[in-house]
Design a binder for this molecule. Structure first.
Ligand code: SF4
Ligand code: SF4
Length: 167
């Protein structure tokens, strides 16, 4: 746990999709006052209350990762770590020292089957210690299947929940 606070950051209210508000990913929530906060904070939907910003809680991510500075919102998923770019900065995750740290996290996660995904708009990129797999847009009925040699990821593809590979 950290003693961090959002301050003037409001980036999650732009980057994340909020189903309960029919708010798409990548556009400002109508209730957000950018750089100031949520206009309906006390009545914000449960989805917003449950949002878990890793920058606020995980000390592995230093001050330079603060979302309004890095242009990246960090969350965890069932499979690992998700790094979402502010749509105006789709290559924000490629800047150093961030990319080096992302690769180190990917390397540390490989032994524990943890995946690291960079998400830029609708594009998802699986990042490993050695390379990147640009998987394009992944639908809700699709999932990533990795090909492993030991702990090394040597391939990745997207399959439908039915098990068929995407065209
Ligand atoms: S992205 Fe994180 S630090 Fe920024 S406003 Fe959201 S919860 Fe706060
Ligand atoms: S309702 Fe508030 S907390 Fe939720 S996305 Fe909108 S501005 Fe952010």
């Amino acid at each position: 746990m950290t003693a961090r606070s959002c301050g003037s950051c409001t980036l999650c209210c732009k980057v994340m999709a909020i189903e309960e508000l029919a708010k798409p990913a990548g556009s400002w929530c109508r209730h957000c006052k950018p750089q100031q906060g949520c206009r309906i904070y006390d009545e914000r939907p449960p989805e917003c209350r449950r949002f878990d910003c890793l920058w606020l809680t995980d000390e592995r991510f230093g001050p330079h990762w603060k979302p309004n500075k890095s242009k990246l919102v960090l969350t965890s998923s069932e499979d690992g770590l998700e790094i979402r770019c502010d749509p105006g900065f789709p290559n924000a995750w490629r800047r150093e020292p961030l990319l080096g740290e992302i690769r180190n996290l990917a390397a540390a996660g490989e032994a524990h089957d943890v995946t690291v995904l960079a998400i830029a708009g609708s594009r998802m990129i699986l990042v490993t210690s050695e390379r990147e797999f640009d998987l394009g847009k992944i639908g809700p009925d699709e999932r990533i299947v990795r090909e492993l040699e030991g702990n090394r990821v040597v391939g990745a593809r997207v399959v439908r929940s039915s098990g068929s590979t995407r065209d």
